[in-house]
Design a protein around this ligand. Structure first.
Ligand code: NAP
Length: 310
C-alpha cells in the first residue's frame, strides 16, 4: 500500500465523473479518477449523436463529448486511470480503495460516479442468447442485423432511439411495449412513428427468447387478454432502462429501495463523512448527460469544501 494519502479519488467516468474531475483538478486537489477498465466514458460511449447537450447547436457524438471532457480533466492535472476499483472501505476517516491491478490507495475523500447498467428482462434464454441475437446496444451491434427483422423492447426514450438507429440496417424494426402508451418524450415518439420501417406492438411482453445457437424468434404474451404467440425475429434489443451500479458500496453507503445512493438534501453528501455521490448512481428522475455533469460539479465542490474544513 502506498503511504501517500490522496485528497480525492473519483470512482467512475461518464459526464458526472469527468465533470467532478475537471472541477477538482482545477481546484488543485490532484484527484485520481478511475475510469473503469471496459466502461471508460460511461453510457455515452455507446450512443451516436447527442442533440440536447447545451453548447452544441449541431449536436455532438457521444464518444467525442466524452473525449473532450477527458481532455479537460487532464488539462487540470486530474490523473486518469483506466482500471476498476474492486473494493472500497469508506467508513473510516481515511478511505481505502483497491483497484483491479491490486494497488491499494488511501484518500481523505471519495466521489462515487459509477452510473448505471442496462436492465435485463430476466429471462434465462435472454442471457444465453446474449451476443447471438440479443443485445443492449444498437450502436455496438446494429450493423450485424442488416436486412433482418428485429425487435426492440421498451417504451422510453432509449427504446425509441435504438429503434430509429436500427432502421439504418434492419429491414423492419418491431417496437414491443407492455402498455398502450409510451413513456418516451414527444419528439422521440414522433420520430419513431414517422419512420416507415418501425412497427409498434402494443400491450405485449416478451416471455421467452427462442433459438438454439442463435436467436430465431420471441415468445410473446398479450398483457390485456393473456394470449401467447410466437414471432420470428433474428434480433432483440432490450431497452427497458437501467439499474444503479451500487453493488460495491452496498452495506456501507445508504441506498434506497431501488439501490440508488441516498444523498443529503440538495447536496451530494452520502451518510459517510467524506464520501460524495453523483450522476445516474443517485438520480432516479432526470438521468441526462447534462444533469449528471451538473451533479458531478456539485460533488467536486462539496468535496473541496469538506477538505478545506478538515
Ligand atoms: P425509462 O424511461 O425508464 O423507460 C423504460 C421503459 O422500459 C418503460 O417504457 C418501461 O415500461 C419499460 N420496461 C421497464 N421494465 C420492463 C420490463 N421488465 N419489461 C418490459 N418493459 C419494461 O428508461 P430509458 O428509456 O432508458 O430512459 C432513461 C432516461 O434517459 C430518461 O430520462 C430518458 O429521457 C433519458 N434518455 C434520453 C434520450 C435522449 O433524449 N436522446 C435517449 C435515451 C434516454 P413502462 O412505461 O410500462 O414502465
Amino acid at each position: 500500500m502506498s503511504e501517500k494519502i490522496h485528497e480525492l479519488v473519483i470512482v467512475g467516468s461518464g459526464p458526472a465523473g469527468y465533470t467532478a474531475g475537471i472541477y477538482a483538478g482545477r481546484a488543485q486537489l490532484e484527484p485520481i479518477l478511475y475510469e473503469g477498465s471496459v466502461t471508460a466514458g460511461g453510457a455515452l460511449m455507446n450512443t451516436t449523436e447527442v442533440e440536447n447537450f447545451p453548447g452544441f447547436p449541431d449536436g455532438v457524438m457521444g464518444p467525442d463529448l466524452m473525449d473532450n471532457l477527458k481532455a479537460q480533466c487532464e488539462k487540470f492535472g486530474t490523473k486518469l486511470v483506466r482500471d476498476d476499483i474492486v473494493d472500497m472501505k469508506l467508513d473510516g476517516e481515511i478511505k481505502i480503495l483497491t483497484d483491479g491491478s491490486g494497488n491499494v490507495l488511501k484518500a481523505k475523500s471519495v466521489i462515487l460516479a459509477t452510473g448505471s447498467a442496462y436492465k435485463e428482462i430476466g429471462l434465462t434464454n435472454e442471457k444465453r442468447l446474449s451476443g447471438r441475437g440479443v443485445s443492449w446496444c444498437a450502436t455496438c451491434d446494429g450493423f450485424f442485423f442488416r436486412d433482418q427483422e428485429i425487435a426492440v423492447v421498451g417504451g422510453g426514450d432509449s427504446a425509441m432511439e435504438e429503434a430509429n438507429f436500427l432502421t439504418r440496417f434492419a429491414k423492419k424494426v418491431v417496437l414491443i411495449h407492455r402498455r398502450d402508451s409510451l413513456r418516451a418524450s414527444k419528439i422521440m415518439v414522433d420520430r419513431a412513428k414517422a419512420n416507415p420501417k418501425i412497427e409498434f406492438l402494443w400491450n405485449t411482453e416478451v416471455i421467452d427468447v427462442l433459438g438454439e445457437d442463435k436467436m430465431t424468434g420471441l415468445k410473446l404474451r398479450n398483457t390485456v387478454d393473456g394470449s401467447e404467440s410466437e414471432k420470428p425475429f433474428t434480433g432483440l434489443f432490450v431497452a427497458i432502462g437501467h439499474l444503479p451500479r451500487s453493488e460495491l458500496v452496498k452495506g456501507q453507503v445508504d441506498l434506497d429501495a431501488e439501490g440508488y445512493v441516498k444523498v443529503d438534501g440538495r447536496s451530494t453528501r452520502t451518510n459517510l463523512t467524506g464520501v460524495f455521490a453523483c450522476g445516474d448512481l443517485v438520480d432516479h428522475t432526470y438521468r441526462q448527460a447534462i444533469t449528471a455533469a451538473g451533479t458531478g460539479c456539485e460533488a467536486a465542490l462539496d468535496a473541496e469544501r469538506f477538505l478545506a474544513g478538515h
